[in-house]
Structures are given as C-alpha cells and as structure tokens.
Ligand binder design. Structure first.
Ligand code: AMP
Ligand code: MG
Length: 397
C-alpha cells in the first residue's frame, strides 16, 4: 500500500517539463496557461486621469472652507487631451477617464458644483480627489501576470489593456482515453444481458476537458491482449498521456498490467484510499500511462487525485491541487483508520457556517453520488469515525 500523497509525489516526479509554448489570440486564450511572465511595457493607466465626470482644477486655487467662482475654459470629451494648462481661476470640463490637464490635480464631480454658463461655483475639496494615478493599475516593467497562471476573463482583459492581442501559452496536454472490458458497450447501441454502457469514458472525457487537456478518444477495447496492445500503442503515438479505465483489479482478465509490462513500464499500486484502491502508473512509448480502476466513482476520483495534477503540471500550471475548506459534519460518517476516504458530499452555508453531509450510499459504483454532490469530503488517514459536529475538510467540485 502507498499513501495518496506518496503516489502523487511519485507521479509528479516523473513529469519534468511542461508542454512547449504556442502563440494564440487572446480571444482563444481563456482557460489556457500563460507560458511566460507578462511584463507591462507601460503604465496602466498611462496618465493621471479623471475618475468621474466633472471639472478639473488646481486645488491650491480653491481656498479651504470657502466657495469660489471659476471660469470653465474648455470641454474635454473622453479621449481628448487638453493642450493648454489650467491657470488659477480656471476649470476644465472633463469626462471619466480623460487625461488630467496640465496644472490640474483635483476633479469636482459634476453633482457638487453649480454651473452658470461658463462660470462654476465650487466649495472646498481635498487635493487629489477623484483622480486616478498613472500606473495605479499596473506599473511599467512589473510582472502583470505570472507564468503558470490560468487565464480567466479578468486576465484576458488585463492582457489587452497592455495592448497585446496575442499571448504565449502552453500547448494543451493531449490525453488519449480508452475504456476496457468485454462487458462495456457504446451508448446508443442496443444492450444485451450482462452488458453495461460505458460511463467512464465520458466522465473522464469531461474531466480532461475541464482541466485543460485535449481528448483523443480511442473508444472501448475488449479484454483481448492483442487489441489492447495495439490500442495502447496507438494512444502512445498521439498522446502525452494515455488513460484507461478498468482491467487493473486482480481478476483473470485484467490484462492492462500484462500488456504494459510488455510494451512499456508499469508500477501497479494499491493506494491507501477509498474508493479506488488499484492504480497503475507507468509509460507506454513516450507517453505517461494511467490505468484507472473500472468502478465509475473510483475512476473519476483517481483521475482527480492523480491524473489531474499530472495534466496541470504538463500544462505548466503553477497550482496543481485544489483549495480545500472546513465544514461541520451534520451526519455521522464511518471511517477506517489508515487510509484516506473520500465521501461525495453536499456542502452548504447554513446557520452561519459551512455544513457538510454525504450524498447517501457511497459505493464505488454509484455514480449518481457524484452527480448529487457538490464536493468531496476528505477524511484523512489518521482519522476514525466522524461524529456529528466534528470539522471535516471539503474539496468543492
Ligand atoms: P474492472 O476493474 O475492469 O474489473 O471493473 C470494475 C467494475 O467497473 C466492473 O463492475 C466493471 O463492469 C465496471 N466498469 C469497468 N469499466 C467501466 C466503464 N467504462 N463504465 C462503467 N463501468 C465500468
Ligand atoms: Mg474490466
């Protein structure tokens, strides 16, 4: 038996370099991973500018505690630049975002002034009010976004605010995927007694896509040595990673291990976890190989624990593991010491705290428990049964 963490560490040690970078348009870069530090070539905003629609003035020109009359000498539209300077006794009409005119350091919001023709009545105002400073968003020369960051909507806008419309990202890791088992058949085809429809290939496909991988679907392979060998070699030719489900438990027809011994290198692990104990990890050709268990919950969980961080690492991500949070158990949970258990749970904010309960029956074949849940409840190795009111770790889906 090895622990979940030892397994993760061993896997990550085998995956040295992220995939090569490629340039993509920002419009196609969402959820991709930045492959270089993005330096700001200039300050954003590039000049001091107005935070409101109003009137730019030189604040020294407005004595404290007094009102004063100013002359409005110009009207600046958004994007317009005032080529003169604001002199004592003067104000310039300015729009949100317009560069501050020379001589002005403060902006009156239009709601607080009294305008009569070209005259403006104003009261005292703190110096610098309603001005956004040059570089307050991003300073020239600093790193605006670190390499390894997953680009979300906000990063995309930050990149284009620096004038860039293309960005260097890592190539998506390619993951060749297949299901094994004589009994497993394609959805949409008629089912005979004893057969089951393939669930894992679709759970895993979705999981691969969710974590930024590109799926190469190699279908279902029967438990026939030559077919499995051929399909694995095909997968190794096209994928950075090859993932199979089924065929890694110790039944007679569990061929994955035999075939991998022949055409690659394989470690066969019993991981101290529940569900999903058996896991195969190794290589076929130049690809990394993961043989996940056949039971649908076990295969998805093993994917989350072992394949996802590997894809993340290949994709060049800085963060490989998800955030966890603490919640109060509202249900007693059975737990065996010495292994890490993962219950499918529902966590919600109730009574001013995060509360967690399981989704019900927790068998490793009960895929609906994953669908009903919004988190994993993670019970650590050294922990025994959980009583109502105890704190548990949750990992939101
Ligand atoms: P195995 O590890 O091949 O012995 O499979 C363990 C259990 O998972 C068996 O009940 C299989 O029928 C089931 N199973 C294997 N592959 C799949 C699949 N792709 N979709 C749904 N269930 C599967
Ligand atoms: Mg099987």
């Amino acid at each position: 038996m090895i622990s979940v963490q030892d397994g993760q560490n061993q896997i990550l040690r085998q995956l040295p370099e992220p995939t090569s970078p490629e340039i993509v348009a920002v419009t196609r870069a969402r959820e991709r991973v930045l492959a270089e530090d993005l330096h700001a070539p200039f300050d954003v905003p590039p000049t001091d500018n107005s935070a409101v629609d109003g009137y730019a003035v030189a604040s020294d020109d407005v004595p404290t505690g007094r009102t004063r009359e100013l002359d409005v000498v110009a009207e600046l539209a958004a994007g317009a630049v005032f080529d003169g300077a604001v002199a004592p006794g003067q104000a310039v009409r300015i729009m949100t975002g317009a560069p501050m005119p020379r001589g002005a350091d403060t902006v009156y919001p239009q709601e607080v002034v009294e305008r009569r023709g070209d005259r403006l009545g104003v009261g005292p105002i703190p110096k610098g009010a309603n001005v956004r400073k040059r570089g307050e968003d991003v300073q020239a020369g600093t790193i605006a976004i670190e390499r390894g960051t997953v680009l979300r909507a906000q990063e995309l806008g930050l990149i284009t605010s620096l004038g860039q419309w293309q960005v260097l990202v890592h190539r998506r890791p390619r993951v060749a995927l297949l299901s094994t088992g004589d009994e497993v058949i394609e959805p949409g085809t008629p089912r005979k007694a004893g057969q089951i429809y393939d669930a894992n290939r679709f759970t895993l496909r979705g999981s691969i896509e969710q974590c930024g991988g590109e799926v190469i679907d190699l279908g279902i392979v029967a438990d026939v040595r030559d077919e499995l060998r051929a399909r694995l070699l095909e997968g190794a030719g096209v994928g950075d990673i090859v993932v199979t489900s089924g065929g890694v438990s110790v039944g007679v027809l569990d061929l994955v291990k035999d075939v991998l011994d022949e055409i690659g290198a394989i470690d066969f692990w019993q991981v101290a976890m529940q569900p999903g104990r058996p896991l195969a990890f190794g290589r076929v050709g130049s690809a990394h190989f993961f043989g996940l268990p056949g039971n649908p919950v076990a295969s998805m969980l093993a994917f989350m624990l072992f394949v996802r961080p590997a894809i993340y690492k290949l994709a060049g991500r800085r963060r490989l593991f998800p955030d966890t949070a603490e919640a109060t158990a509202t249900e007693a949970m059975s737990k065996k010491k010495g292994r890490r258990e993962f219950k499918r749970g529902i966590v919600q904010w109730t009574n001013g705290r995060w509360e967690a309960r399981t989704t019900g029956p927790q068998g490793s074949g009960i895929l609906s428990s994953m669908a009903a849940g919004n988190c994993l409840i993670v019970l650590e190795e050294d922990r025994g049964d959980v009583a109502v009111g105890e704190t548990v770790l949750v990992e939101p889906f």
